[in-house]
Ligand binder design. Structure first.
Ligand code: ADP
Ligand code: MG
Length: 470
């Protein structure tokens, strides 16, 4: 009978939900028109009831007649459901995420009990929150640009789930501090409420995890895992656009958490209403909470940010230089920091005090001039990004092969795209002389003839430089 029911359902329900929600069901017995089916968890049962009760009812009645009824049996896998507080296993120590995509964490629940929802008396979930401990409220300067978001964040971290700011959606352009603020909330919750399970995840990682789990038909594990969290932070939700299945899963997680009074914190690069490609039902739920925007800090706040960064690193520079930097970098805070770092790097490599003249030279590559002039600095920046090499390494006397090659390519590009003399180019690489530059250019030419991968990289970079100049 169940087989026949499944055949009917299969025609109606899409393939993916069918696999997720119907294939795991086991028919147990049929007695007096009562069909008992076994489902793997309480959550599973609730989901079926919420989404498919009508369909199931109709199908059963069609097969077994009007009097037919359906009963569920919820099974707890692997026995011993009651003893242990549940533990969610995440990688041990915090490692500072360099790039989101590099850090991966497993979504396994380390416990004989597969389904946490039938365990009474759950105390706490232990997870690695994936937070960068440096992103705190203390290191997040308040200004008109972010006041509402920062204060709402502070409130949320004191009473997670207990305010009307749920979800808290923080939105704004790149490099304006969304990730910093979202993580500051997470860190603060952990400080104030050490027993709460906080998890930070980028939307991209969330999507990848979802895809991995659906490949292995274990979407429920994925959903269950996320439903254990007390404070869920999802960064850059604009990436959910058009990821329909992921949005379905996120919707289920969102609802469960919200209903259980758990806190959601979301960030996005645009206001929720402009998030094309996100399901309306998600957007409507975002309206339940508070959306707060982040703007570029004004001049005074930029000064404060720079001064704080300097203080934290035990560094000093003339006030006029700080002013100059704060005044000229108007794009975003990440660039502001980038300018500061380049300035410090240039100063220490050239063994030159930071002064206005140096600042002017270094900032040329950061300040968007109307002519979009290509400078040695802008090429250095591009190459560093391309090879993921830190800017200061490019200038130092490192002999690591990738870095040496990146440096040689940069010199080669600087020679072909700028009018700078070999001497000037050399000076931009920690004071190397012009013969080094000649040698580098020759090496690049030679390697391009012999090494295809190398050649492709150089060509791609040449195109990037050209594009940047347009
Ligand atoms: P977004 O996520 O919006 O792209 P980030 O949170 O990554 O931006 O911020 C970029 C950089 O700027 C980070 O290093 C962050 O610490 C810094 N930053 C942004 N806003 C502030 C602020 N108000 N005070 C101090 N640092 C800030
Ligand atoms: Mg971010």
């Amino acid at each position: 009978v169940w087989e026949r029911c499944l055949n009917i359902i299969r025609d109606i329900v899409e393939w993916q939900p069918f696999k997720t929600w119907f294939e795991p069901i086991k028919p147990i017995k049929l007695e007096n028109n009562v069909l008992t089916i076994q489902v793997p968890s309480q959550f599973f049962y609730e989901y079926l009831e919420e989404h498919y009760v009508g369909l199931l009812g109709k199908t059963i009645k069609r097969e077994l007649g009007k009097e037919a009824r359906l009963e569920y049996r919820i099974v707890v896998e692997n026995g011993t459901p009651h003893q242990h507080p549940k533990t969610v296993n995440m990688p041990t120590q915090f490692t500072k995420p360099q790039k989101d995509s590099e850090v991966d964490f497993p979504l396994t629940i380390q416990n004989p009990v597969k389904n946490p929802f039938v365990i009474p008396g759950i105390k706490r979930v232990q997870i690695d929150s994936q937070l960068n401990p440096n992103y705190t409220f203390d290191s997040f300067i308040e200004g008109d640009c972010n006041r509402v978001a920062r204060r709402a964040g502070k409130t949320v971290s004191e009473k997670p789930g207990g305010t009307s700011f749920n979800p808290l959606v923080v939105y704004g352009g790149v490099g304006l501090g969304k990730t910093h603020l979202a993580q500051a909330i997470g860190n603060e919750v952990k400080r104030v409420h050490p027993n709460k399970a906080v998890l930070y995840v980028s939307a991209e990682k969330f999507i990848n995890q979802f895809i991995d789990h659906s490949k292995n038909s274990i979407i429920n594990d994925f959903i269950h895992f996320y439903q254990l969290i007390d404070i869920l932070i999802v960064d850059d939700i604009q990436f959910f656009a058009r990821a329909e299945k992921t949005q379905d899963a996120f919707f289920a997680i969102f609802n469960h958490l919200h209903q259980s009074g758990k806190q959601l914190i979301l960030t996005s690069d645009k206001p929720p209403k402009d998030l094309d490609g996100l399901q309306e039902r998600l957007l409507s739920r975002f309206r339940w909470g508070l959306s707060a925007d982040m703007q570029m800090p004004d001049f005074e706040t930029r000064m404060e940010i720079l001064e704080m960064k300097m203080r934290n690193d035990g560094l000093e520079m003339p006030k006029e230089v700080i002013k100059y930097v704060a005044y000229n970098i108007q794009s975003n805070v990440r660039e502001l920091e980038g300018a500061l770092i380049s300035l410090l790097a240039q100063s220490s490599l050239n063994r030159k005090e930071i002064d206005l003249e140096l600042a002017k030279r270094v900032l040329k590559s950061f300040v968007k001039t109307s002519s979009k002039e290509i400078t040695i600095e802008s090429i250095q920046k591009m190459v560093c990004e391309y090879f993921d090499v830190p800017y200061d390494k490019l200038l130092q006397k490192t002999r690591k092969r990738e870095i040496v090659q990146a440096r040689q390519i940069t010199m080669y590009l600087a020679k072909s795209f700028t009018k700078n003399s070999l001497k000037t180019i050399g000076e931009h690489f920690g004071g190397r002389d012009h013969t080094t530059v000649i040698h580098s250019c020759q090496t690049v030419k030679d390697l391009m003839d012999t090494d295809i991968t190398f050649r492709d990289s150089v060509i791609e970079l040449q195109q990037k430089v050209q594009l940047a100049a347009m």
